[in-house]
Design a protein around this ligand. Structure first.
Ligand SMILES: [Zn+2]
Length: 651
């Protein structure tokens, strides 16, 4: 998953976290209940699910289920732990209009008083199936993952886990769903879920296991285009664009070609694939959150309406699809054992997210560069920003990286303010840095004959075929790294993941022949990113991170602004007596470098105003990588395409 590449990640609204410690009496109670309700349906009979999206533009979805049952009591479950979201984020608060009936007569249902996602229904004698009706209310919030807004007046994204219940007590793989879907008139759609037929305005899908159904979202809309990527490659790779305007989806041929190159580069890297076909769903709207969610055979990518036509937005989104595509191998096919849970009720343990998300962050960046989505200079600027962000993060003096991974389920939802001291979901970007270092070590120790690419081929390749999950442990990662290049990888990762380290792991940059420095002018890459995100970033000079309205999102502890008394939650009003703008603050920083006088900032704190004297005369500072003369440029080798541009590979 990607939740934004903002250095202070745009966090979703905190979700109700239903994890609670079960006391012994509660456990006993649950066990007793399981015995009482052990009357499962026959796994041979599929569950029918009809979803009506014709009201999606009103932000409501109607669904009906027919669930084969035997008399007794049945426990039905609403998916809670959503794969890829790494937390109990199933949006149960948006489930409404739930009714259960059998043979035309309504049946009472009762929610479990401890497990909020479970309901129990008494099934009378003579009942062969339950009819369940429910509505799902699309959120209006442009924050959040799949539980955020998922429709506008011209498009929608459907995640099946939001519109279904499943009976517990049966192995998940034995639950087969026969789904059908109705769209607003004139809409087209994309999905990895195989279609049986279309008739009477309904799309009828082939029967599929519940896990496949939930793993296969649908995007649909009035302005829709499907592009066949790398057409010479078997199996098919399709890009489904749903946008809020015709312009949003009519992208130039050369941009399509970058995504075709992404397919070729990824297959050349891994050497095999683990999907029947691959579908990139890309939804372009200012009314849905920016994020990406991975699946085996598709990805649910969402960005602003102009993500593919505005140059600044395009740069911001450059590594979104490459990240989510890499997850088909790293995250879906190879998955940490404790994230490969048996159902949507069992909690996930997220301590290996530094591999699941961290290696994917590295691969998303490398593949974006190799595909031309980032040019070499942009790819280096991306790395400089990542390195500087982490190297200047004060929270690293108390929270080890591992704790950001274990805490993922609440750090994704943490507020943006104070994120420098708290730390965010740093297991993405910080792991990118040390996977890059691992690559440099392999290249150096093997005298250039091997690289991290060889690890990927060995760990994620194998036989091509349909989706399957091959769980792993830390031991498996270290052992495969040793197969590629003998080294003390266990110590290497333990040191970087488990220890508190005041400095970021910059060894990949220095071993790669480059050095992190600070320049007095910002790169074009940084200017684009700030414009796309509507942020002003002065963290490496006075220590402030602001939105475009002057609100202080962060004031890094021990920096001049924080020492002067400015804190997150305040709003800048004026700088040296002049109305605040980004340029006014920048000019004041430049002037202070010459005059050595304190910068006077008038800020609003709630209803109160105060002036803060920021003693800083170091001038502007923006991260930049510079070459170390005489060293081998391993970094550039890393960014070099495996497949020559303009050529396709048969696979
Ligand atoms: Zn991810």
């Amino acid at each position: 998953m990607v939740c934004g590449s903002d250095p202070s990640p745009s966090a979703p609204e905190p979700q109700a976290m239903h994890a609670r410690s079960l006391t012994l009496p509660t456990l006993l109670c649950v066990t007793a209940l399981a015995v009482a309700i052990a009357r499962p349906v026959s796994a041979a009979d599929p569950i029918r699910l009809r979803v009506d999206l014709t009201d999606a533009t009103r932000r409501i979805v109607h669904a009906r289920l027919e669930i084969p049952v035997h008399p007794g009591e049945i426990r039905l479950f609403y998916p809670k732990w959503i794969p890829g979201e790494h937390g109990p984020t199933g949006p149960i608060e948006n489930l409404a209009g739930l009714t259960v009936s059998a043979n035309g007569k309504p049946l009472p249902w009762k929610r479990d008083t401890v497990e909020m996602y479970a309901i129990r229904v008494p099934v009378p004698d003579g009942t062969g199936k339950l009819d369940v009706s429910l509505d799902f209310l699309f959120s209006g919030s442009v924050e959040g993952f799949t539980f955020g807004a998922s429709s506008s007046s011209d498009l929608a994204v459907l995640n099946w886990n939001q519109v279904l219940l499943y009976p517990t007590g049966i192995p998940l793989e034995a639950l087969i769903y026969e789904a059908s879907l109705k769209l607003p008139a004139g809409w087209e759609y994309g999905t990895a879920l195989p279609v049986a037929r279309e008739s009477g305005g309904w799309i009828e899908f082939k029967p599929a296991p519940l896990v496949t159904l939930i793993d296969s979202p649908v995007n649909a809309g009035r302005f829709f285009r499907t592009v066949a990527l790398a057409p010479e490659v078997v199996p098919r790779h399709l890009l489904h664009l749903a946008g809020d305007s015709r312009e949003a989806v009519d992208i130039p041929r050369e941009d399509e070609e970058h995504y075709s190159r992404l397919v070729r580069e990824s297959l050349a890297l891994f050497g095999a694939h683990h999907y029947r076909e691959y579908h990139f769903l890309y939804t372009l709207s200012d009314h849905v959150p920016f994020f990406g969610l991975e699946h085996h055979e598709s990805s649910d990518n969402r960005g602003k309406e102009r993500s593919l036509i505005d140059d600044d937005q395009k740069l911001r989104m450059a590594d979104l699809l490459s990240h989510e595509f890499a997850h088909s191998w790293n995250g879906k096919y190879r998955r940490p054992k404790d994230l490969a849970t048996p159902n949507y009720e069992a909690p996930m343990e997220t301590d290996l997210l530094w591999v699941y998300e961290g290696l994917t962050q590295y691969l998303g960046w490398i593949l974006a560069a190799r595909s031309g989505l980032l040019n070499p200079e942009q790819a280096r600027d991306y790395l400089a920003e990542t390195a500087a962000d982490l190297d200047n993060e004060p929270g690293r003096t108390w929270r080890p990286l591992l704790d950001t991974a274990i805490s993922a389920q609440f750090l994704y939802g943490a507020e943006r303010s104070w994120s420098g001291w708290r730390r965010g979901v740093d297991f993405y970007d910080e792991s990118l840095l040390f996977w890059l270092e691992a690559d440099a070590i392999i290249r150096a120790e093997s005298k250039g004959s091997r690289s991290l690419d060889d690890f990927c081929r060995l760990f994620h390749g194998g036989e091509s075929g349909p989706p399957t999950v091959k769980p792993y442990t830390f031991e498996d990662v270290a052992a495969t790294m040793n197969e590629v290049q003998p080294y003390d990888w266990r110590a290497f990762f333990t040191e970087r993941v488990e220890k508190v380290r005041p400095r970021a792991p910059l060894g990949g940059i220095t071993r790669g022949g480059w050095k992190l420095t600070y320049a007095d002018s910002a790169s074009a890459y940084r200017k684009s990113l700030e414009k796309a995100r509507k942020r002003s970033d002065f963290r490496y000079s006075v220590g402030l991170y602001l939105n475009d309205e002057g609100e202080v999102l962060d004031a890094l502890p021990k920096t001049p602004a924080a020492q002067a008394g400015i804190s997150p939650g305040m709003r800048l009003i004026a700088v040296n007596g002049k109305q605040w703008t980004e340029d006014v603050l920048r000019e004041a920083i430049r002037a202070a470098a010459r005059s050595k006088a304190a910068i006077e900032i008038l800020a609003k704190n709630g209803d109160f105003y105060a002036t803060y004297k920021v003693g800083y005369s170091g001038g502007e500072r923006y991260p930049k990588l510079v070459r170390v003369e005489g060293s081998v440029d391993l970094l550039s080798q890393d960014l070099t395409p495996l497949v020559p541009a303009g050529s396709g590979t048969k696979h």
